[in-house]
Design a protein around this ligand. Structure first.
Ligand SMILES: [Zn+2]
Length: 296
């Protein structure tokens, strides 16, 4: 029996959590708990060149300090490579992927077309790419509203397995979400651009995609995404002020509770994802300028 709501938060251990990731974690957690669902943590360390195991513990401990614990054992993607290989083989058999040894330069010169040596050999180091096809998707984003995506045969064919043998985020995330029975995803709108490829992969694997909602991006006063790349400050553990700031960004009314636990309870009660639809990035910038100012 599948649970009717299984949500997840899937951080990459490329650094400690920051304010932007706390907001995303809380959004997925509140949505799951408001719907009496399960909420899972999954560690997305599929990119072995950027992820560091030491951050995995830091991230899990930090989430726990804000009252968020995984309802099932935590899956670590780097231990799942056999599973990803299995589904890559399935896609190979169906003829949906092709080996590619193009470089960025040869692709650019050929307007993204995979010609010449690209598909002629699998003996040299090569990646595996998903073959593009003319296809449209319409889906109702839980927060952004109805969205349309169109992939055409000229679209860039996404890499599913890299030349250095690491699997791509795109394949790993779709396989894990499906195998874990994830029914609802709430994540940052920076991942909107990955949605069309993921929906296409669901179709290729004959799986039903989960419901997806993208929360508006948190920007700093320089209008940059608050991210590790932009040197966002590491989160303090279990800090009520920080939690309240994150919840206010998520349109949760002030609670005046004096513990993390009670504040989270209050937030679950007041979580309304539709309220986020109208929240523009600009509003967010002015509301939380004081927080971002603390970054360096
Ligand atoms: Zn190629």
């Amino acid at each position: 029996m599948h649970n009717s709501y299984v949500g997840r938060f899937a951080p990459s251990p490329t650094g400690p959590l920051h304010f932007g990731s706390l907001v995303c974690a809380l959004a997925s957690y509140l949505d799951a708990k408001k719907n009496h669902g399960e909420w899972l943590i999954r560690i997305e360390d599929v990119d072995g060149t950027r992820c560091k195991p030491l951050y995995t513990e830091t991230i899990i401990s930090c989430l726990s300090s804000y009252g968020m614990e995984s309802d099932r054992p935590i899956i670590v993607q780097s231990q799942q490579t056999k599973v990803y290989q299995h589904y890559l083989e399935q896609l190979k058999e169906a003829g949906y992927v092709f080996p590619c040894n193009c470089t960025r330069q040869t692709l650019q010169a050929a307007s993204n077309q995979h010609i010449g040596p690209c598909s002629s050999t699998t003996n040299t180091p090569h990646s595996w790419r998903l073959q593009s096809q003319e296809v449209s998707f319409h889906y109702n984003d839980k927060i952004q509203g109805p969205l349309n995506f169109h992939i055409n045969s000229q679209s860039n064919c996404p890499v599913l397995k890299r030349k250095d043998h690491f699997f791509s985020y795109q394949l790993a995330v779709v396989v894990d979400d499906h195998l874990q029975g994830i029914t609802h995803i709430i994540r940052g709108s920076d991942l909107l651009e990955t949605t069309d490829t993921q929906l296409f992969l669901y179709q290729r694997l004959n799986w039903t995609p989960p419901s997806i909602g993208h929360i508006p991006l948190l920007l700093d006063p320089r209008k940059q995404k608050i991210s590790k790349q932009n040197h966002a400050q590491a989160l303090p553990e279990g800090d009520l002020y920080t939690l309240n700031a994150a919840l206010s960004y998520l349109c949760i009314p002030p609670s005046h509770c004096d513990t993390i636990k009670d504040t989270i309870k209050h937030a679950i009660l007041h979580w309304q994802p539709a309220h986020l639809r109208f929240k523009s990035a600009l509003q967010i910038k002015s509301e939380h300028a004081h927080l971002a100012d603390q970054d360096q």
